[in-house]
Design a protein around this ligand. Structure first.
Ligand SMILES: *[C@@H]1O[C@H](CO)[C@@H](O)[C@H](O)[C@H]1NC(C)=O
Ligand SMILES: *[C@@H]1O[C@H](CO)[C@@H](O)[C@H](O)[C@H]1NC(C)=O
Ligand SMILES: *[C@@H]1O[C@H](CO)[C@@H](O)[C@H](O)[C@H]1NC(C)=O
Length: 390
């Protein structure tokens, strides 16, 4: 068993080493890699072929009879045409190989990561640079709305996202216009981000005498985030996952590197949800075999919004119309999307055996004293310095 692993590991190292060597050694490989995004134009191909002719010039210096030379010319033309065709064939083949290589790299980097984990190997650290190039992107959709503690909450989320590689944060404000607070916050974050806004329509807004849980929040904002991805990301070129990270949770950065490799829909436990210490999937032998929760077990997918992520292709290619649906029954928002795109049997366990909690459904306490005191100061015409943002 150990020997097999060891051999596999060595093969991996050799393969990646070879790849890195080839890429460094031969610039032309880099060119073909780029060419997927930037395909060679017909003119470029023609120029390449012309260059070929120039360097060879097979007929120069051969002065024989007129007829003989014409026959020769024809032969040369045919030979060149043959050569052109074979070059084009090579080009097509190279493209196909490149696609295969890319797929292999993604698969191998995933395996490499697992091997590295089990060995804790520092000798592989230097190879990780190559891995980053092909890491699937984590698209994080965060709905947010103006409130006393908004910036504090966004800051906590931002600090969890900051060390994560290949991450794209899509922040969607529940507002008629984008606010300066969020715009400036994102601008100075140093993260790759997209700032959107959409006001929740009146029928979906909670009114004074309604229970909070009867009107799910962030529905149109999350759907706008999905829509943005459908309109702006090409899932045939970009691999990645989509995660719905509300701004009131606490995230361990580790969860983003776990979810990155999800192929369909991945799930994991979340603390302080389902009216228990933690709620989420029960997993066995790489399968989800049930769910743990005290509240909400009637739901088709009794899990929290923060407990799952979806492969980009699932929502962009396989189910291009799937959206969150704002039903009035509490706790049904997650199931409203998930039941359109997956079955329980197809769920992928994330974090080993679904055994680690990397997300906590924390709720920041509303600082009532500060709110009340500030109101009194405003009344007196002596508010806290407005130029200091909180
Ligand atoms: C939103 O922005 C527009 C254009 O700047 C402005 O006319 C409008 O009053 C703003 N609405 C709100 C609710 O701030
Ligand atoms: C998505 O919706 C469009 C327009 O409503 C429809 O034409 C299309 O068939 C739907 N696609 C799927 C996969 O259901
Ligand atoms: C996986 O989780 C299940 C349920 O919590 C547990 O019964 C099982 O022993 C675990 N298996 C491993 C290999 O940790």
């Amino acid at each position: 068993m150990n020997r097999i692993r060891c051999t596999k590991f060595l093969l991996l190292v050799v393969f990646l080493g070879l790849l890195a060597y080839l890429m460094l050694k031969d610039e032309s490989i880099c060119i073909t890699v780029n060419s997927v995004h930037n395909p060679m134009t017909a003119r470029e191909i023609a120029a390449l072929l012309q260059e070929d002719e120039k360097t060879e010039k097979p007929w120069t210096g051969r002065k024989r009879g007129k007829i003989l030379s014409r026959v020769k010319d024809n032969e040369e033309v045919e030979a060149l045409e043959g050569k052109q065709q074979s070059l084009l064939d090579h080009l097509i083949k190279a493209r196909k190989m490149e696609e295969e290589l890319k797929k292999n790299i993604i698969r191998l980097t995933a395996e490499l990561r697992n091997v590295r984990k089990s060995r804790g190997g520092s000798e592989l650290k230097r190879l990780m640079g190559a891995e980053e190039l092909n890491l699937p992107t984590v698209f994080v959709i965060t709905p947010t709305f103006k409130r006393f503690v908004q910036k504090a909450e966004l800051t906590r989320v931002y600090q969890a996202l900051k060390p994560v590689k290949n991450l794209h944060w899509i922040v969607v404000e529940d507002a008629v216009n984008k606010t300066d607070l969020v715009a400036n916050f994102l601008k100075t974050s140093g993260l790759k981000y997209t700032h959107l806004n959409v006001r929740t329509p009146d029928i979906l807004r909670r009114h004074r005498n309604e229970l909070r849980r009867m009107k799910p929040r962030g529905v149109v904002q999350r759907n706008l985030g999905i829509q943005w991805l459908r309109e702006n990301i090409n899932p045939h070129k970009v691999s990645g996952v989509i995660y719905f990270a509300d701004d009131d949770n606490t995230y361990d950065s580790k969860i983003f590197d776990e979810m990155r490799w999800i192929q369909r829909v991945g799930v994991w436990p979340v603390a302080f949800t389902g009216a228990v210490r933690w709620a989420g999937p029960l997993c066995k032998n790489g399968k989800v075999v049930g769910f743990h929760a005290k509240w909400g077990r009637f739901r088709p997918f009794p899990i929290d919004m923060a407990a799952f992520a979806v492969n980009l292709k699932k929502l962009l290619i396989d189910f291009p119309n799937a959206t969150f649906v704002a039903v009035e029954q509490p706790g049904m928002l997650e199931s409203s999307l998930l039941s359109q795109i997956t079955k329980v049997e197809e769920l992928e366990p994330v974090t080993p055996n679904c055994s680690k909690v990397y997300v906590w459904h924390t709720r920041t306490e509303t600082p009532k004293d500060s709110i009340l005191g500030e109101r009194q100061l405003i009344k007196k015409g002596m508010p806290s310095d407005k130029s200091i943002e909180t």
